[in-house]
Write a protein that binds this ligand. Structure first.
Ligand code: HEM
Length: 437
């Protein structure tokens, strides 16, 4: 059984093309909930102890063990049940619930913090969407972001080696939020990983409908090869089939600013380098950049400079600086991170929608983080003159004084004409005496 597990995780096609590797790769995976303590999951074709550790983990994760622990004896060919990994959750066509999507996003963020799995989640989303064929009208035959990658026939494609680990990481989130489809969850995980790694905000929408059976998986061979005879032609053939342009090919390749290549999975890269030997996360593999958990434009800078043998440059990476049309964008992105972020965000959102069937057809957008609390109402200070109402005794006292000389606080005093005449006469007398003297 141990051997069977190891083979399942290292697709025979890949192993035969690149030779077998005794190297062990491991990945920190969480328990059955995002908050549960992490478990180190190890895969090996030679070590029985690590394989036993794998089995222990798999037993603790019902949906995945259901998929991989069935021996031929217990489950006839095909190995996977007709419902595959989704056996625990039957996908239904229900309107997406923004609260569940937001909850799932928070749980993805929690996993990212503990497992450093940003790169593999990005790859998961890309490989589900990247099977799209614009020349096929029918859904799901046209492929794309429809959740088919959860089924074993597609997981076993050589290009998807290792992605079962990504699926195991997010299966507990799927179980917790059954209203979120796999197709949405894969894309949500990928976009969240980019943003959490410091990348641009991706203008995502949700509501993707899931395919329901392994028979809905696309045929093998729709994803790009890393070392084809003519890399530029190959990239155009594959990405044009998805309806993507040269600019989008170059921008999306910039996702390799994150992550590593592992020889025991894809056959590419070194078993470890000075940048990967200590993790973070599971050690090993060869990264394209020094800080391979940080999303920035260093992928383009590093390929251009080819400054370090410990950094990976696949033939399909190198051609971005060789092909005249690709080069225009690659040079621009090496110089201008803002331009890269802008084009990447648009291209990523487009990739995430390829082939998807949305319900509702226009999709839904989830806003940022927790609902914003309504701003506190601004209350302006009230003007106060300091005046106070006079007390009753004071009012009466004033009235009495007015009335004493014939007046009243309610009406002006009557003019005293006699007094006015005396004053005028006195003033005149003074003035005339002054003139005479
Ligand atoms: C242009 C054609 C592409 C080729 C030939 C290619 C090839 C590869 C290969 C060989 C690996 C190593 C896998 C392993 O050993 O585990 C890899 C990893 C990766 N790829 Fe690509 N890729 C391409 C495009 C993309 C795109 C468009 C994206 C995302 C938008 C992407 C995201 C990633 C990420 C994040 C990793 C790291 C995974 C990890 O560390 O687990 N790639 N790619």
């Amino acid at each position: 059984m141990a051997e069977r597990l190891a083979l399942t995780l290292s697709p025979p096609a890949m192993v035969s093309s690149f030779g077998t590797h005794a190297a062990t790769s491991s990945l920190i995976v969480p328990g059955t909930s995002a908050a549960a303590p992490s478990t180190r999951l190890s895969f090996s074709s030679s070590s029985s102890s690590t394989t036993l550790a794998s089995l222990r983990f798999l037993r603790s994760s019902p949906p995945v063990s259901h998929l991989f622990l069935n021996s031929k004896k217990r489950l006839p060919v095909p190995l996977v049940s007709e419902r595959g990994l989704s056996a625990a959750v039957t996908p239904k066509c229900v309107a997406p619930d923004p609260d569940q999507l937001k909850g799932a996003r928070e749980d993805i963020k929690a996993i990212l913090k503990t497992s450093f799995c940003h790169p593999i989640l990005v790859r998961l989303g890309w490989h589900d969407a990247g099977t799209y064929n614009k020349n096929i009208q029918e859904w799901p035959q046209r492929g794309g972001a429809n959740g088919s990658l959860r089924f074993e026939p597609e997981l076993k494609h050589a290009a998807n080696a290792g992605l079962v680990n990504a699926l195991k990481l997010i299966q507990p989130i799927k179980d917790k939020y059954p209203g979120v489809t796999y197709a949405d969850l894969f894309q949500l995980a990928s976009a969240t990983a980019i943003e959490e790694a410091g990348g641009p905000k991706i203008p995502m929408k949700y509501g993707r409908v899931d395919v329901t059976a392994p028979t809905d998986c696309p045929e093998e061979g729709r994803l790009p090869d890393a070392g084809p005879p003519s890399p530029a032609d190959h990239l155009r053939e594959v990405f044009y089939r998805m309806g993507l342009s040269d600019k989008e090919i170059v921008a999306l390749s910039g996702a390799h600013t994150l992550g590593r290549s592992r020889p025991e999975r894809s056959g590419w890269g070194k078993p470890e380098t000075k940048y990967t030997k200590d993790g973070p996360g599971a050690p090993g593999g060869q990264s394209w950049t020094v800080q391979w958990l940080k999303f920035d434009n260093s992928y383009f800078k590093d390929i251009k400079q080819r400054r370090d043998e410990d950094l990976l440059v696949l033939p399909t990476d190198a051609v971005l600086f060789e092909d005249p049309s690709f080069k225009v964008y690659a040079e621009k992105y090496a110089e201008d991170q803002e331009a890269f972020f802008k084009d990447y965000a648009e291209a990523h959102a487009k990739l995430s929608n390829l082939g998807a069937k949305f319900d509702p057809p226009e999709g839904i957008v989830i806003n940022d983080g927790s609902p914003e609390s309504a701003p506190e109402k601004f209350v302006a200070a009230k003007y106060s003159s300091g005046k106070r109402e006079l007390s009753q005794p004071m009012k009466e006292k004033i009235r009495a004084e007015y009335e004493a000389f014939g007046g009243s606080p309610d009406k002006p005093l009557p003019t005293n004409y006699f007094l006015n005449i005396i004053i005028v006469i006195a003033v005149l007398a003074v003035l005339s005496s002054l003139v005479v003297n």
